[in-house]
Design a protein around this ligand. Structure first.
Ligand code: ATP
Ligand code: MG
Length: 266
């Protein structure tokens, strides 16, 4: 059990079950969904800690690489590319084309099959855990390849754990098992706040932080910082009503709207 994650027992159990099944050769995938700061990356870190007996490969989506086909798949497979030579010729060639080591047009099906072969053979002794954070910024080709893999690892010792920041949606992952990370309960939010702030906290300030953060762990941790601990201990300073962290999350949501919808909101 991961003591550093407050109120996530069920989510941790779900991730641990994914790992247990993969150990037994019943591979699977899980997509973690949730708003900014809700704890997706933290749960990925938990998985990594819990998978001490796995070979772990990681990748993360980046907004500025979204236009680069196979960028994230390349990141994920990079540590395994030494084994490409063992793949059947067409599979090897498909991956080499996808990763820019050969010329030609990549065949998505062959790339998918080749990646599955690469992952399945990567570690004969140990199960394999693939972690993909910030999948909302996956390039389309990688998203498609990962969805292909996720649907075919059932007989392998492979677990795929992905995170997607809401409100983004990836149509490629629509059918995959998903876990929605909800806001923390009032009780858990209080516990997180108490653990984060050791100094005495004025009750009014605490209630205001809890109300503003609405169970978002990042907001619970950041709001006291933005308010300034010294003032809070004496109850003089209340946190700003629209903290940067919340503002940032709303800005991210606004960016997804059409220009007309934004104009309407303005
Ligand atoms: N259940 C929790 N208990 C304690 N701390 C938590 C919990 N969940 C998240 N945190 C802390 O909150 C902060 C934000 O969490 P995290 O980075 O995992 O969010 P995220 O969902 O990945 O956000 P983003 O969409 O911005 O990537 C981190 O400092 C993390 O340690
Ligand atoms: Mg994250």
């Amino acid at each position: 059990m991961d003591a550093s994650l407050v109120g996530r027992q069920e989510e941790i159990a779900r991730v641990d079950a994914l790992l247990d099944a993969a150990r037994k050769g019943q591979g699977g995938a899980l997509v973690l969904r949730g708003e900014p700061g809700i704890g997706k990356t933290s749960l990925l870190r938990h998985a990594e800690r819990a998978a001490g007996d796995f070979l772990v490969v990681r990748a993360f989506g980046a907004e500025f690489e979204m236009e680069l086909p196979f960028a994230v798949l390349h990141q994920l497979c990079a540590p395994l590319l030494g084994d490409v030579a063992a793949l059947p010729g067409p599979h090897r060639k498909a991956l080499e084309i996808a990763f820019g080591l050969d010329t030609g047009t990549p065949d998505p099906f062959l790339v998918g099959v080749a990646t599955l072969g690469l992952l399945a053979e990567a570690s004969p002794e140990r199960p394999l855990l693939c972690l993909v954070d910030d999948a909302q910024w996956l390039d389309h080709a990688s998203a498609r390849a990962l969805a292909f893999l996720a649907r075919r690892v059932a007989g392998e010792r492979v677990a795929l754990l992905l995170s997607v920041r809401e409100p983004y949606r990836l149509p490629e992952f629509g059918e995959l098992p998903a876990l929605e990370l909800k806001r923390l309960s009032e009780l858990d939010a209080r516990a997180l706040l108490a653990a984060a702030i050791r100094a005495p906290l004025d009750e009014r300030v605490r209630d205001r932080i809890l109300a503003e953060a609405r169970g978002n762990p990042l907001a619970l941790l950041e709001l006291p910082r933005s308010a300034g601990l010294a003032g809070m201990a004496g109850g003089f300073a209340l946190p700003p009503s629209v903290p940067g962290v919340i503002e940032q999350s709303f800005r991210a949501r606004l960016e997804l709207l059409s220009p007309q919808a934004r104009l309407l909101l303005t």
